[in-house]
Structure formats: C-alpha cells, structure tokens
Design a protein around this ligand. Structure first.
Ligand code: UD1
Ligand code: MG
Length: 451
C-alpha cells in the first residue's frame, strides 16, 4: 500500500519571538521541518505535502532545498488542525493510499513508529492515532480508549470533563488513515467547540459513526516533543545530541567525552573512529573506519577516509576530502581541497581550492593564496612534493611530483616535477654588524638616562 504524508507547518510560532517561521529554526544543523521530512522519507512516502501559512514562500523554498519533490499547500487562516489538513486535499486528489499527518514542529517522530501505525491500520482500522503516556498531561488532547485497546474519541483539554482530564494517554497529533476516507471525514468536521476551530481529532468520532473502528498506539514521549519556544528548541537540541551520541557509540565509535561532541542531523561515522572531546560536526560529514578526530576540531561538508587523523584544533570546511591516512594537524583550515593518501598538513596552514598529491608534505604556515579578490584559483601539488614552511602558493599554480619549495617562498610560477622552487630574497651576512648596532643603541640609551 502506498503512503503519503502531510506535514502541518502553517503556525506562526509567536513564542519563538522570531522573524523566521518556527519550523525553520534548526536542530542539529537542519530546520526542524526537515527532521519531519526525513521521518516521511524513512517510510518511503510517495508524496509529502507541506501545509504552509506564516512565511509560506520561505518555508516552501527551504523544504525544496532538501527535497525538490515535496508539494506544498497553503492555509490562509489558521482555523485549526482539521482545516489545515484539508488544504492538502487538492495535492493528494489522485492519491489512493494511506496518509499520515505529521507536524513541522514535532521533529523526533521515528519512521519505525510511523510504520507501526501503518501496520496497525492494516489490521482493519479506519483511523490510527499516535499517543503517548504523558508525565504531565497538561493541555494535550486525551485519548479515550476501551479495555480492548480501541480508540473511541479524542477529547481536547478545553472540552474535556474532569474525569477525562485524569487520563494520561495523550494525543501526539499524528494520525493515519486512508487518504480518501480522511478527506471525506474532514468534510463533516464542524467548528462547534470551545475554540471555534476545525479539529483534526474529530475524525475519530466521525469514523466510528460510519461503523469504522479506530485504534491508538503508544510511543515514547520523547518522540512527540513539540517545539514552541527557544527553551524548547535548546531542549530538543540536547535530546537530539543524546540520541546521536548513543547511536554513534552503539555503532562502534569511541567518544571520549560524549557530552562534548555535537553531531549534525546527517553525520555518518564508521567503526573504530575515535572522537576526542569538544568536536563539532556541521552538516554533510562522513568519516570512515579507524579515523581519529582530535580535540577541538570543527568539521562540515567534508569526507575523512580510513586511518586519517584530524586535529587537534583543525577546521575542515565544505569540500575538504581527506584520503586514507592523511593527516591534518593543529590550526589548519581546509576548504574545497583533496588531501591525497598519506599526505600531511600538520601545522598552521590554509589549504583552499587545492589538490594535494599522495605523500606530499605541506610545511608549517603554508597558505594557498586562492582568491584574487574576484575569482578563486586552484593550487595543484604533486605526489611526494615537499612544501617548505611558510610558502605562499599564489594560485593558479602547480607544484610538480617530487618537487620542493624553499621555506618562505612566494611561489607565483609553476614548479616542474623534481625541481626546487625558490622565491625569496637571497640572504647576505654582514660580519660583526649585529654587535656594532647593539652597542650603539645601548650607548644612546645610557646617554638619555644620564640626562
Ligand atoms: C493538537 C491536538 C491535540 C494534541 C496536540 C499535541 C487538535 C485539535 N488537537 O492540539 O489533541 O494533544 O496537538 O501537540 O488537533 N496548525 C496549522 N494550522 C492550523 C492549526 C494548527 O498548521 O490551523 C499546526 C500548528 O502550527 C502546529 C500543529 O498544527 O504545528 C498543532 O497545532 P496546535 O494549535 O498546537 O494544536 P494543539 O492545540 O496543541
Ligand atoms: Mg500545540
């Protein structure tokens, strides 16, 4: 059976106190909306419709950056969750399968949980609702269930009796039903309630009046965490990081001080990788087996191959690609550059827009001068080349295989294979001059003191 998802993302999120729509605030380097989109991708949803409202154009364009196949539907006025879901009806007009309603501000619902809902629905229920046993049920809608596990109704807190408010089984908001059925039930929903809104939750009672059964399944409360404020956002970040650290360690990564390592939503790490304290991952990082990321390094958009060593205090920026056994040491920045197998850039260097051959050694303080103020230019360094300390490589420039540059050189012309490039003033020694100059200066100082 094919499945579609509808992600509600129309709310303003006024408690965020932000000019940016709430669902675009980031957790682990991705907008919270994208976390929900990834849950949809995790059950191979054929179609995903994002219901936008506040900041609709921006929300739609950010969503498309991550998945250009997503559809959007616009909700002009926020008349309730039922009304919001109805806006997706046109986009899903020809869709025959099941649909799951998700929320752009509820980023942690897991694909396995959504699959469990689909499985439950396949047992023959009209509507399946995702619930959780709340530590503090507060203002959540309450799930009214029978002893044999059927769901009879969802009662909003505002509309609930005192006895109903004692129930701790709460509505996460996530709902699964056949698409055609869902939209037909929504057509019958009214706004005759305390809030004057069209409640999505009313589809449960309506399905039952049509002779269909409904069911609720429970998930961990952590999955249903919703974000309404910056405090919630910070708590969500921590919750994400705790999960990501746990996953990394369970998959064979050593984290020496797990609480100090910050992952991105998409970090991929192999086995027997060691990550030292205080390492931060931005989006788009992959690390192969046996690599070591030493303390205080920052990595984003980069690939680190087997046995490579990065840091301490290294910065790998987008497009940095380290081959097997490459070494990037302290206070080194690498951007859009390939570092060949076994090559070393160990100290105080900037390597940008460069291709560095296998076993090359880049001396301390080497800079690729890649930018002329308008264009970026490329530096190529051959296999086993040896770049002397404090070389300025003024790109575009090529250093050949087995070539060298003299320390302190400003290299503006290609250096052929096996040649030594020397680009600095020739040294001259003046015998005795240092001492004569010093004596003169000391005498001058003594004269001033005497006055
Ligand atoms: C909803 C549920 C409640 C559940 C709770 C879980 C209904 C009627 N109630 O209540 O049972 O316990 O979520 O958090 O569904 N939205 C739109 N357009 C709208 C209204 C809402 O896009 O017109 C979006 C909001 O941006 C938000 C989500 O839907 O992301 C939920 O809306 P919200 O108003 O927070 O619903 P609750 O009252 O919390
Ligand atoms: Mg809410």
């Amino acid at each position: 059976m094919s499945v579609a998802t509808i992600i509600l993302a129309a709310g303003m999120g006024s408690r965020m106190k932000s000019d940016m729509p709430k669902v675009l605030h980031q957790i682990a380097g991705a907008p919270m909306l994208v976390h929900a989109m990834r849950a949809a991708a995790g059950i191979e949803a054929q179609k995903t419709v994002i219901v936008t409202g506040h900041g609709a154009d921006l929300v739609a364009s950010v969503a498309a950056e991550y998945d250009e196949t997503v559809l959007t539907a616009h909700q002009d006025a926020q008349n309730g969750t039922g009304h919001a879901v109805q806006q997706a009806a046109d986009a899903l007009q020809d869709f025959e399968g099941d649909v799951i309603v998700l929320y752009g501000d509820t980023p942690f619902v897991q694909p396995e949980t959504l699959q469990a809902m689909l499985d439950k629905k396949a047992e023959g229920h009209g509507v399946v609702v995702l619930g959780f046993h709340a530590a503090d049920p507060a203002k959540y809608g309450r799930l009214i269930t029978t002893d044999d596990g059927r769901l009879e109704a969802i009662v909003e807190y505002k509309d609930a009796s005192t006895a109903q408010r004692d129930i701790d089984f709460c509505n996460s908001g996530v709902i699964c039903a056949n698409a055609k059925l869902l939209f037909s039930l929504l057509d019958a929903v009214t706004n005759d309630n305390t809030s004057g809104e069209y409640y999505l939750t009313d589809v449960v009672g309506l399905a039952r009046t049509r002779g269909l059964t409904c069911a609720a399944i429970a998930c961990d409360e952590a999955e249903t965490m919703g974000i309404n404020s910056r405090v919630d956002l910070a708590a969500a970040e921590v919750a994400f990081q705790i999960m990501a650290r746990q996953d990394a360690m369970e998959n064979g990564t050593t984290l020496i001080a797990a609480q100090t390592v910050w992952f991105a939503y998409d970090t991929v790490i192999g086995r027997d990788v060691i990550i030292e304290p205080n390492v931060v991952f931005g989006p788009g990082v992959t690390i192969e087996n046996n690599a070591t990321i030493r303390a205080f390094s920052h990595l984003e958009g980069c690939h680190v191959s087997k046995d490579a060593i990065v840091g301490p205090y290294a910065r790998l920026r987008p497009g940095a690609e380290l081959a097997n056994g490459a070494k990037v040491g302290n206070f080194v920045e690498i951007k859009a550059a390939q570092i060949g197998e076994g090559a070393k850039v160990n100290h105080l260097s900037y390597i940008g827009d460069a291709d560095i051959g296998a076993e090359a050694n880049i001396g301390a303080g080497t800079i690729t001068c890649n930018y002329d103020g308008v264009f970026k230019h490329k530096t190529e360094i051959g296999t086993r080349a040896f770049i002397g300390s404090n070389t300025m490589l003024v790109a575009p420039v090529r250093i050949g295989d087995d070539a060298m540059t003299a320390s302190g050189s400003v290299i503006t012309k290609d250096v052929p294979d096996t040649a030594l490039g020397l680009g600095r003033a020739r040294q001259e020694n003046k015998p005795g001059l240092a001492l004569r100059m010093m004596n003169k200066l000391r005498a001058a100082k003594a004269a001033v003191k005497k006055g």
